[in-house]
Ligand binder design. Structure first.
Ligand code: AHR
Length: 320
């Protein structure tokens, strides 16, 4: 026979379980930027996986690179009464009104991988890397690799107005400041895509004596670097030797390029931003635990010395 004490205990446990599951997020809206890069594809895959593992119903909206689509998606999530919203904001400005609407509706918002210029009381937390640091790690790698040799650098920037484009540029410039041998001679957006990275690199090569006047490329992401590598090869030069290549993300394709000697270094950005975001959200919904305003992910430098073929093998099936 089951004792009264055990029944009371079981009842308590059942009601505690009910309370904790109803306190957790059931439905979360996710406004993704689009699919401009391999890294973005991996972030989408991992966010869907992380949601599924936690039994969260994830409402996914692809904004096709447009802020207006993200704002529409957020308004639709608010109207549907989701428990929380994740957003990777395409650009940094222009979010105040919609974030205020979410706050008014008491729906916590978490930023993924990119930052906004709005007041930080309009979102619960932001999960991302130190974007300035990433740029400065890339710049420092180049300064060290050159060992004082003169070098004209061209830069492929990310999407204009996005926090990674702004911060990665600043970080790189900080690292090369005071090194008179390193000169940034051209800088233009390639919108984080392979196609535009190739196009813009072609124009840099044309403008700089077929590339003879260029010693290094700094690309704000690996996809643009991969496009640019193609352009360098088509111009009859050797990427990785005639023109050094340093970029950011650490997607599998850049490791293949590194293994072939065609790229030199990359700074890793983890695509798993959703895991820490859902953990912070669960704690907040359970008992109001406030996460820090910024949950920082790691940035690791990889070079040709890090067995790029082996890293490629580890990463190739991870959703990039
Ligand atoms: O916001 C992160 C950046 O966005 C990644 O570095 C880039 O590949 C993506 O498009």
């Amino acid at each position: 026979m089951i004792s009264k004490k055990a029944l009371v205990g079981a009842g308590l446990l059942a009601s505690m379980l009910m309370m904790s599951s109803s306190a957790l997020a059931q439905t979360v809206g996710f406004s993704q930027i689009g699919s401009e890069s391999g890294w973005r594809a991996a972030e989408t895959t991992l966010t869907l996986q992380q949601a599924e593992e936690r039994g969260i119903d994830l409402k996914f909206a692809d904004a096709q690179q447009k802020q207006e689509n993200q704002i529409k998606a957020l308004r639709s999530f608010i109207a549907q009464g989701v428990d929380a919203i994740l957003i990777a904001p395409v650009v940094a400005t222009g979010w105040d009104s919609v974030l205020e609407e979410a706050k008014e509706a008491e729906i916590p918002v978490i930023l993924l991988d990119r930052m906004v210029d709005s007041s930080d009381d309009l979102y619960l937390t932001a999960v991302g890397s130190d974007l300035v640091h990433e740029g400065s790690v890339a710049g420092q790698w180049l300064v060290d690799a050159l060992g004082g040799k003169d070098c004209n650098v061209v830069e492929l920037q990310g999407t204009t107005g996005s926090s990674p484009a702004i911060d990665r540029k600043n970080g790189f410039e900080q690292a090369i400041e005071g090194h008179a041998n390193v000169k940034l001679i051209r800088s233009q957006t390639g919108d984080f895509t392979r196609t535009k990275g190739k196009e813009v690199m072609e124009s840099f090569l044309k403008a700089e004596d077929g590339g003879k006047n260029i010693c290094a490329l700094y690309a704000h992401n690996d996809d643009m670097a991969v496009g640019a590598i193609q352009a360098i090869k088509e111009a009859g030069l050797k990427p990785g030797e005639d023109i050094l290549v340093v970029s950011i993300d650490a997607v599998p394709d850049i490791f293949q390029a590194m293994a072939a000697g065609e790229a030199n270094a990359t700074v890793e950005l983890t695509p798993n931003m959703a895991g820490p975001a859902f953990d912070a959200l669960a704690a907040y919904m359970k008992d109001g635990t406030m996460p820090p305003k910024f949950i920082q992910t790691e940035s690791k430098l990889y070079t040709q010395a890090d067995d790029p073929q082996a890293v490629y093998e580890q990463k190739k099936d991870l959703g990039y």
